[in-house]
Design a protein around this ligand. Structure first.
Ligand code: XMP
Length: 506
């Protein structure tokens, strides 16, 4: 187990993901909440930080229980922190120390095993280390940064001014492996298989004979959570899959069949009419979201009540949702968990919470699903927003518009699949615009709807680029939509990046 102490860097989660890619388990904790049971951790990594170590309000934790006692790798701010407080010197930098650089000097050392002069690294800092701390020994330099890496003689303490966790640091993963495996002796035993075994055992002893209810969405997280729980408690897992009438064409029946095929005890609840009645004529996107959220809670609560003696609510929460973040003021930000907030909640939200995926990053959820034999179609599905097609129909919502958009979306998605483009796209969908335009079909003038197609590349949805789909594909898809979907006479392709645009139009 590896402890990552977070000083508030935007890259802290990346450190954890790189470590996990090495099949090593790690946890992120805020610098001012160092865990009590340090014996559980075999190595410590200090993250970067937006602060300058010289600032009074900067994170200045007491590391006396760690330093010299455990193998420690200090990254960026961490490296400066060590230098500043242990006999070295940190000062504002007068050269540019941001972006790519190449190592111009590398000392032969276990840390740099297999990494040679010229290796590209990623710098992102404004202070610089002018003098190494006491007993410091220089390990690497770049053209602009002399003290790019050092170690403390007599300790397993290492420090890097650059960021090994960022992909632009070409040998960053090798460097982390050198530190964790060769220097610290950490075992590489965090695999999807070991996670499944341990989690199923834990769930068995935690849940015993209790009944658990879980809402399935058709997405990867809730599906993988269901598989794990099913392995642990079988028929005592009650899954509920709600059709809100805003899913893709045939999605409800197709996905329900898949869930049944996986052996899950799942109840499909078709509440389309309830949702669509409540949404009829509503145009404001935030109102749409609120209505959908409220109706979902009502429907789910009714269904949960129908299960006798249910004790637990399972959720597909993943690690990024539970990591406590370090706020800009230096203190840890408050995390309010919904189950601490009981008054006035629907009954199912008063159940005890079980979150089998809360240690995993998104890519690990997929790997765990794959290791349990989950269907490729289910694992590789594009993200789909909870409010579904409601936020892809701009303006007021009617049943007829939902039907039109389902047809358009189905043609687009099926074509992406048949052209083998689906897996190259992170998310795709169609928007129905509140615009009619003039067209001509045969000898007739038409005045019909316009749809926009959107396909983006992304890693987490925070930023996104539009995908350069082949013209031939767009041409064929546009023709097919206009010929087959009554009420649509114009198709456009969205070529906006996020930011400044968003992925969804509402
Ligand atoms: P935006 O439009 O903010 O979308 O660029 C980023 C990602 O979030 C999804 N999204 C939502 N998901 N409820 C959801 O569950 C919502 O209200 C919602 N709005 C956007 C969107 O599909 C994309 O993946």
């Amino acid at each position: 187990n590896v402890l990552i102490l977070d000083f508030g860097s935007q890259y802290t989660q990346l450190i954890a993901r790189r470590v996990r890619e090495l099949n090593i388990y790690c946890e992120i904790h805020p610098y001012n909440k160092i865990p009590n049971h340090l014996e559980n951790y075999h190595a410590v990594i200090l993250s970067g930080s937006p602060f300058s170590v010289r600032a009074e309000n900067a994170p200045h934790p007491d590391l006396s229980n760690i330093r010299g006692k455990k193998p420690m790798l200090a990254v960026c701010y961490g490296a400066q922190y060590l230098a500043h407080f242990s006999g070295g010197e940190v000062a504002p930098s007068n050269t540019r120390e941001y972006g790519r650089a190449n190592l111009s000097f590398v000392k032969e050392d276990d840390l740099f095993n297999g990494i040679s002069k010229g290796s590209q690294v990623w710098m992102s800092h404004s202070d610089t280390i002018k003098a190494l701390p006491t007993n410091g020994e220089l390990l690497a330099s770049t053209h602009d940064v002399e003290n790019a890496a050092y170690k403390i003689n007599g300790e397993k303490t290492y420090a890097l001014q650059f960021h090994p966790e960022v992909y632009h640091s070409t040998d960053g993963k090798q460097l982390l492996e050198n530190f964790l495996v060769n220097i610290a002796g950490v075992k590489q035993d965090w695999t999807p298989q070991s996670f499944v075994e341990e989690t199923v055992d834990e769930l068995k002893s935690k849940l015993g004979n209790d009944k658990v209810v879980l809402g399935l969405s058709g997405g990867v997280d809730s599906s993988v959570a269901a598989m794990l729980l099913h392995k642990a408690i079988g028929e005592n897992l009650y899954c509920i899959f709600v059709n809100n009438g805003l899913l893709r064409k045939n999605e409800f029946t197709d996905v329900l069949k898949q869930y049944e095929g996986m052996g899950l005890n799942v109840k499909g609840v078709d509440a389309s009419a309830r949702f669509l009645d409540a949404l009829e004529g509503v145009s404001d996107p935030e109102k749409k979201r609120k209505i959908i959220g409220r109706v979902f809670i009502e429907v789910f609560d009714d269904e949960a009540h129908a299960i006798k003696d249910v004790k637990w609510l399972a959720q597909g929460t993943i690690y990024p949702d539970v990591i406590e973040s370090v706020s800009a003021t230096g203190g840890p930000s408050a995390t309010i968990k919904s189950h601490h907030n009981v008054g006035g909640l629907p009954d199912f939200m008063k159940l005890k919470i079980v979150e089998p995926l809360k240690l995993l990053f998104k890519d690990e959820v997929r790997r765990v699903g794959a290791s349990m034999g989950m269907d490729k179609n289910l694992l590789g599905r594009h993200p789909f927003p909870g409010p579904g097609l409601a936020i892809r129909i701009l303006g007021d919502l009617t049943r007829e518009k939902v039907r039109i958009l389902q047809e358009v979306d189905a043609i687009f998605i099926n074509n992406l699949k048949s052209w083998e483009l689906y897996d190259q796209v992170w998310q795709a969908g169609a928007m129905l615009l509140p615009v009619n335009s003039v067209g001509v079909m045969g000898d007739e003038r038409t005045y019909e709807k316009c749809v926009a197609l959107r396909a983006v590349e992304s890693t987490d949805g925070m930023t996104a680029d539009w995908v350069n789909l082949p013209y031939e594909f767009l041409q064929k898809t546009s023709n097919e939509i206009i010929n087959k979907v009554k009420g649509v006479n114009r198709v456009v392709y969205d070529i906006s990046s996020k930011p400044p645009a968003t992925i969804e139009w509402e």
